[in-house]
Design a protein around this ligand. Structure first.
Ligand SMILES: [Zn+2]
Length: 476
C-alpha cells in the first residue's frame, strides 16, 4: 500500500503600503508599470533600502505561527533568468531566514494533527507576464515586482489533499487575524505550490517529488493534488515509477490535469550568494516581544473562548471564526445584549446566504440594526417570517428595522378588535370547517388558523389568534 506525502510552499504578499526596497505603492489594480521606479526595476546604480514594516510583519507572522525568530538574518540573491525578474536575480533569504520551525495544529477526522513549518523567509515578488492569446506577444507588468512576500515552507507532513487544504485554510485564517496580509487568493496575495510524492507505507526514504506551481484557490488546490496523486500512484502500480521525474508541473484547470512546466535539474541551481547591497538584519529581543504582545486574539484562542462563553455548537463556531469580520460582527451583535444563539442563527443563515448571493464580502447591515431586528421578533412585535422580509430590506437600505416595519405596516396585529373582524369573516366563509371542528377533526382548527394568518398577511399574532379562535368556536 502507498501513502501520499505533501509539503507546501506558500507565498504571501505582506500588508505594506510600499514595496520592500523602494517607496513605490503596492496597490493592486494600478495601470501596468504605473507603480515602478529605477530601484524595483533594478536599473544599474540603484540601491535597495529595506522597508522595516515588511520585517515587522514577517516577525508577526513568525510569532503567530509559533516560529523561532532569527535575530540576525540576511538577504541573498537568488539568480535566475526570466523576463518577470528585471534584475535577473531575486532578493530572498537562503541560509539565514527570518523565522525557523513553527507549527499549526489542524483537525483531521476529529483528531488534532500538528503540521510543522520548516522556515519563513522574506523576499521580493516578481513581475507578471501577460501572454496575448491572439498574437505571438508577451507583455510584462512590473507593478508586482518588489512587493514584499513571505514564503512559508512546511515539512512534508500532510498525507492527503484534504489535509493540505485544511492546513491552508487554517494558515489563511491566522494570517488574516494577525493582519499580515489581505490573503486575497484571486489577486495573488496568497499563492501555493505543492510538493507531492508517493511511497510505500513503512518506507522512511522520500521518493522523487513533483512540484505543482501557483495554484490559487482552495478548490483548485484540492483537485490538483488529487490528480497528481492519482497520476503517481498509477505509475507506481504499473511499475513505471522511473517516469516520475523531479520536475515542476502546472495545474491546467480547464483540462483537469497537471502538465510539465520545466525540469528541476536546470532550474534548481540558483547560485545563491549574499546580497552585497543590504546589511544583515538585526532584530532586538524587545522588538520581538513588543510584536508578540501586539498580536490580536488568533483563531484557535477565539474558538476556545467562543466555546466557553456562548452556548453554540462547534460547527456554528467554526463557521463564525473562519472569517475574522464575521466573528467580530457576531460579537458586536451579542455585545448589544442579543441572545448569542439567535445572533448566530441569523448570521450563519440569512447573512451568509445574502453575502453569497451578492458576491460581496462587506457586511451590509449595521450590527445595531440586526440586534434590533432580533429584539423586535423576540418581543413578539413581528413574526419570524416577517422578520426575514425586514432583513431583506435592511440589506438594501440604510433604514432601521423600526422604520421599515412602520413604513410597511408590518407590525403584528395583536389588537383584539381587528383580529375579531378577520376571524368573523373567515368563519362565515368556512361553514364546513366549523362542522368538521365540532365533529372532532383537529385539522379543521389548523385550517382556520391558517386562513386567519393568511387573511392578515402574516401579521396576526399567532398566540392571540389561537386564543380568540378557540373562544369563538366554543361559542358556536
Ligand atoms: Zn519602486
Amino acid at each position: 500500500m502507498f501513502e501520499t506525502i505533501i509539503g507546501l510552499e506558500i507565498h504571501v504578499e505582506l500588508n505594506t503600503k510600499s514595496k520592500i526596497f523602494c517607496a513605490c505603492s503596492t496597490e493592486f489594480g494600478a495601470p501596468p508599470n504605473g507603480n515602478t521606479c529605477p530601484i524595483c526595476t533594478g536599473l544599474p546604480g540603484t540601491l535597495p533600502v529595506l522597508n522595516e514594516e515588511a520585517v515587522k510583519l514577517a516577525i508577526r507572522a513568525g510569532k503567530a505561527l509559533n516560529c523561532e525568530i532569527n535575530t540576525i538574518n540576511k538577504f541573498d540573491r537568488k539568480n535566475y533568468f526570466y523576463p518577470d525578474l528585471p534584475k535577473a536575480y531575486q532578493v530572498s533569504q537562503f541560509d539565514l531566514p527570518i523565522c525557523e520551525k513553527g507549527f499549526i495544529d489542524i483537525d483531521v477526522a476529529g483528531q488534532q494533527k500538528r503540521i510543522n513549518l520548516t522556515r519563513i523567509h522574506l523576499e521580493e515578488d516578481a513581475g507578471k507576464l501577460i501572454h496575448m492569446e491572439d498574437q505571438p506577444l508577451t507583455l510584462v507588468d512590473y507593478n508586482r515586482t518588489g512587493v514584499p512576500l513571505i514564503e512559508i515552507v512546511t515539512e512534508p507532513d500532510m498525507r492527503s489533499a484534504q489535509e493540505a487544504t485544511t492546513f491552508l485554510k487554517a494558515l489563511k485564517a491566522i494570517l488574516e487575524y494577525a493582519e499580515i496580509s489581505d490573503c486575497k487568493m484571486e489577486q495573488g496575495s496568497l499563492r501555493c505550490d505543492a510538493n507531492i510524492s508517493i511511497r510505500k507505507i513503512g518506507q522512511v526514504k522520500l521518493n522523487t517529488r513533483v512540484e505543482i506551481k501557483n495554484i490559487n484557490s482552495f478548490k483548485e488546490i484540492l483537485k490538483a493534488i488529487q490528480k497528481e496523486e492519482k497520476r503517481q500512484r498509477e505509475l507506481y502500480s504499473f511499475g513505471e515509477e522511473y517516469k516520475i521525474k523531479q520536475e515542476t508541473r502546472k495545474w491546467d484547470s480547464a483540462k483537469g490535469k497537471t502538465v510539465p512546466m520545466r525540469s528541476k535539474e536546470d532550474a534548481h541551481d540558483y547560485r545563491y550568494f549574499p546580497e552585497p547591497d543590504l546589511l544583515p538584519v538585526v532584530i532586538k529581543e524587545e522588538q520581538i516581544q513588543a510584536i508578540s504582545k501586539g498580536l490580536p486574539e488568533l483563531p484557535e484562542k477565539k474558538r476556545e473562548r467562543f466555546l466557553k462563553v456562548y452556548e453554540l455548537s462547534e460547527k456554528e463556531i467554526d463557521i463564525l471564526i473562519a472569517q475574522k469580520p464575521l466573528a467580530e460582527y457576531f460579537e458586536e451583535v451579542v455585545d448589544l445584549g442579543t441572545n448569542p444563539k439567535e445572533a448566530a442563527n441569523w448570521i450563519i443563515g440569512e447573512l451568509l446566504r445574502a453575502l453569497k448571493e451578492r458576491e460581496e464580502e462587506a457586511i451590509p447591515i449595521k450590527s445595531e440594526y440586526l440586534a434590533g431586528l432580533i429584539d423586535i421578533i423576540d418581543e413578539g412585535k413581528i413574526s419570524r417570517s416577517i422578520g426575514k422580509e425586514v432583513f431583506e430590506e435592511l440589506i438594501n437600505t440604510d433604514k432601521s428595522p423600526e422604520e421599515i416595519i412602520q413604513e410597511r405596516g408590518l407590525s403584528q396585529i395583536s389588537g383584539t378588535d381587528e383580529l375579531h373582524k378577520i376571524i368573523t369573516d373567515i368563519l362565515s366563509k368556512n361553514p364546513q370547517a366549523i362542522e368538521d371542528y365540532k365533529s372532532g377533526k383537529a385539522q379543521a382548527f389548523g385550517f382556520l388558523m391558517g386562513q386567519t394568518m393568511k387573511a392578515s398577511k402574516g401579521k396576526a399574532n399567532p398566540q392571540s389568534t389561537k386564543k380568540i379562535l378557540e373562544e369563538r368556536l366554543g361559542q358556536l
